[in-house]
Design a protein around this ligand. Structure first.
Ligand code: FES
Length: 150
């Protein structure tokens, strides 16, 4: 087990289910994602089954189970973006880079996440890559924009 995980576990009492969410948050903050090794260690430490941990953590979209890519793509599916074709954009993007939300491309170039609102609804549909907002997105613009990110 990684030293980081051992240190994090040491900060939380054993057999205490109430520590699950803060523990997962801490692991994700320090590791960038929650690995299956970390899930196993948390399960043993808190005496909570792995299926419970996956169930709880998949309820919260903040948790990811794959290592992040070099570039993180967020597709907004909030109301304004949904109405302007956010789902269509997400499907086209998934096909283009070959992954679904929550996954990372094999070459680690991109990871993909869908979000509820990026706070710039007037620019819908919106895609964010790293900290860059790409507004009034269309499928036609996708490939050219992706090419800017190595
Ligand atoms: S709904 Fe997409 S930015 Fe608000």
């Amino acid at each position: 087990m990684k030293d980081t995980i051992i240190k994090i576990l040491g900060q939380f009492p054993q057999n205490n289910r109430g520590s699950l969410i803060p523990l997962l948050q801490k692991v994700q903050n320090l590791e960038g994602y929650i690995s299956s090794d970390a899930i196993h260690a948390i399960s043993t430490h808190l005496r909570v089954s792995r299926s419970t941990i996956y169930g709880v953590s998949s309820f919260y979209s903040q948790f990811r189970f794959n290592p992040p890519g070099r570039n993180s793509i967020k597709i907004c599916l909030g109301t304004a973006c949904h109405v302007q074709g956010g789902d269509f954009l997400l499907n086209a993007l998934s096909l283009e880079i070959g992954i679904k939300p929550g996954e990372t491309t094999e070459d680690k170039r991109f990871d993909l996440e869908r979000v509820a609102c990026l706070g710039c609804c007037a620019l819908a549909p919106v895609m964010m890559i790293n900290n860059n907002i790409h507004s009034r997105m269309s499928v036609i613009k996708l490939r050219e924009i992706l090419n800017r990110y190595a």
